[in-house]
Design a protein around this ligand. Structure first.
Ligand code: BV8
Ligand code: ZN
Length: 251
């Protein structure tokens, strides 16, 4: 790790040590070391379809089976994924802070598996199916799904992934809680996101405009990097465990 990274890392450790309220925004990059394909990286392709072209209500309306084949493929790809040291570090940091909110764009559920408790899933969850008829939401971990599209256990209506597609609104309650978590925090960490998708991509700017310290952790600079206090270049699974002192079990 270069001198600048060392300096940024030490600075981030000190800032976090003296903060009692932290808000985090995570993206697909934090799950990359768990083997989950990122959304836009080279592994973000499936049968030569771009993710952005499948994750839309139009694609689902046009060909629900194709969209479900993609989600079923992702569920199969994620089923053996386990949290990595980056996920566990955030769960541990939550235990050490008076106020901690983790806003994630990810739908893989790995933050909760790592023990994070106060998690806001901005884009939904890969393991939930929502009935397009009665709205019933069910947790369903079957891989692969026996029938595509899956049918609602209650009314037999067609199920859809309980995720937010492009062109769909993020639930207002999630937006409100995210903005409150930004207002209440001293420090915001922006981890493993390309900063392309709105409104998530604007949350770091909102924090900066509210006078918060914003630290980015990514393997490369992003278009939003210049907005932030600084960027720690590195893998989140390697950087995050270095940002705090683990509490000894007996302390
Ligand atoms: C909305 C769920 C209001 C589904 C996702 C035109 C018409 C309609 C809308 C729009 C439009 N133009 C713009 C919009 C808004 C649109 C948008 O932002 N489009 C983009 C493409 C320009 N947004 C919306 O539609 C949102 N709703 O705006 O409502 C509205 C309504 C109607 C009309 C207008 C406005 C809803 C957006 C939600 C989309 N759903 N996911 C699914 O997953 O199947 S978004 C999808 O992208 C994933 O959730 C993903 O998490 C998210 C963001 O991507 P990233 O997480 O950043 O992942 P990415 O692969 O891009 O980057 C990975 C990063 O990690 C990289 O930076 C890499 O360097 C880094 N990295 C890699 N490895 C590591 C690492 N970092 C650290 N360590 C490592 N080891
Ligand atoms: Zn139903």
């Amino acid at each position: 790790m270069g001198d600048t990274e060392e300096k940024n890392l030490l600075q981030a450790r000190l800032i976090l040590e003296h903060s009692s309220s932290v808000t985090v925004l995570s993206g697909a990059g934090i799950s990359a070391e768990s083997g989950v394909p990122t959304f836009r990286g080279t592994d973000g392709l499936w049968r030569n379809f771009r993710s952005e072209n499948l994750a839309t209500p139009e694609a689902f309306r046009e060909n629900p089976r194709l969209v479900w084949e993609w989600y079923d493929w992702r569920r199969c790809a994620v089923k053996d994924a386990r949290p990595n040291p980056g996920h566990f570090a955030l769960a541990e940091l939550e235990n050490q802070k008076k106020k901690f909110t983790l806003v994630t764009q990810n739908i893989d559920g790995l933050h909760q598996m790592a023990g994070s408790r106060n998690v806001l899933e901005m884009h939904g969850n890969l393991w939930e199916i929502k009935c397009t008829k009665c709205g019933l939401i069910t947790k369903d971990y079957r891989v692969p799904l026996e029938e595509l599209p899956p049918l609602c256990p209650s009314c037999g209506g067609m199920g859809r992934p309980n995720v937010v597609w492009f062109g769909e609104l993020i639930p207002m309650e999630v937006i409100d809680k995210t903005l409150k978590a930004i207002e209440d925090c001293e420090v915001m960490l922006i981890i493993g996101t390309s900063g392309v998708v709105e409104p998530a991509a604007s949350m770091g700017l909102v924090a900066k405009q509210a006078g918060k310290t914003v630290i980015e952790i990514n393997i490369e600079h992003t278009p939003n990097s210049p907005l932030f206090d600084f960027t720690i270049l590195g893998k989140s699974g390697e950087v995050l465990p270095l940002l705090y002192t683990p509490r000894m079990a007996y302390s």
